[in-house]
Design a binder for this molecule. Structure first.
Ligand code: GRG
Length: 295
């Protein structure tokens, strides 16, 4: 059985090299290409591409057939981070320990690099070879990527997040934000693999439930990491209110409650996987990694 480490060591460099070649192939101004590549190469975990590859592996398909879709998803994710860091949004100077895109290339170029990454992601999928995916499959992939990343998905979740700032949200409102802002692109990564593998509707429904749980688990883990980071920085006891103006899982459920909710989502995700009767060892290991990740 392949270990997750072996899987990551094999497929992370593959998507990274495809991202690099995709930008090199563009006939566009050098400053724009540099700005796009800077954030693509700034050291992400590549969890979304890995989820897509692991889903293909679950169907005993070659993960390589998902390479361009995986690169497309990472482009959408990278665009969202570039825009999220802008002065008009979170106004962050650092991302993954490095200067944010606008700090290096200026705000206008950073906005345009994000726009270009988003737009190019759709072309990447449109250009998947006919041997790998039929025109119908590519249309489904493009449609679902648009839904997952746009007003009905990630962007909608981001706006709801902005509207919720400074307010005490209910758990339901917080879940709406995270299902859309974080969960939809993670879910798409799994479902894109299932589409490419020509999965039945029944199995796709199960994978959607699986992905729903890992999406929420990913965000709850993020909130816990943020809180534990904040606690380290300001020396407040774990679980105390950290004067953040955003509702989080720990602020609504307490740190202990958030840890329980995280474990619940991990357990549900794994239970759903078992019912698919697929070859899900790598997906299971990624699920555990999401629950335990430290960055
Ligand atoms: C469309 C502007 C815009 C924003 C969309 C995704 C998003 C909303 C904002 C990004 C900021 C953020 C903290 C989102 C929560 C999801 C999350 C934890 C993203 C980070 O994803 P990782 O951990 O990042 O996969 P790496 O660095 O590994 O690529």
């Amino acid at each position: 059985m392949k270990s997750l480490d072996q899987f990551i060591n094999q497929y992370k460099p593959l998507v990274e090299s495809r991202l690099k070649s995709a930008i090199a192939e563009l006939e566009a101004p050098k400053a724009l290409k540099d700005s796009m590549l800077y954030s693509l190469e700034a050291g992400g975990k590549r969890i979304r591409p890995l989820l897509l590859f692991a889903t293909l592996e679950a169907f005993k398909c070659k993960p390589e057939i998902g390479l361009d879709a995986a690169a497309a998803i990472e482009m959408v994710h990278t665009y969202s981070l570039i825009h999220d860091d802008l002065p008009s949004m979170d106004d962050d100077d650092l991302r993954r320990g490095k200067p944010t895109n606008h700090k290096i290339y200026g705000e206008a170029t950073a906005i345009l690099a994000g726009d270009a990454l988003l737009t190019h992601s759709f072309k990447m999928i449109g250009n998947i070879s006919p041997e790998t995916a039929s025109a119908d499959t590519k249309l489904v992939l493009i449609n679902k990527l648009s839904e997952a990343s746009g007003a009905e998905g990630m962007v909608g979740g981001q706006v709801a997040d902005m509207e919720g700032e400074g307010k005490q949200l209910s758990l339901k409102e917080l879940e709406y934000i995270h299902i859309n802002k974080t969960g939809r692109l993670l879910t798409y990564s799994v479902l894109a693999g299932a589409e490419l593998a020509e999965a039945s509707e029944q199995v796709k429904d199960k994978l959607q439930v699986f992905a729903y749980h890992i999406g929420l688990a990913f965000q709850i883990r993020d909130d816990i990491l943020d809180l534990e980071g904040t606690v380290e920085q300001i020396g407040k006891p774990v679980g105390s209110d950290t004067d953040n103006d955003k509702s989080t899982y720990p602020s609504l459920l307490t740190l202990e409650g958030a840890k329980k909710a995280l474990q619940n989502h991990i357990d549900h995700a794994k239970q759903e996987l078992v019912t698919t009767n697929l070859n899900t060892s790598i997906l299971e290991q990624i699920t555990d990694l999401i629950g335990l990740r430290t960055s």
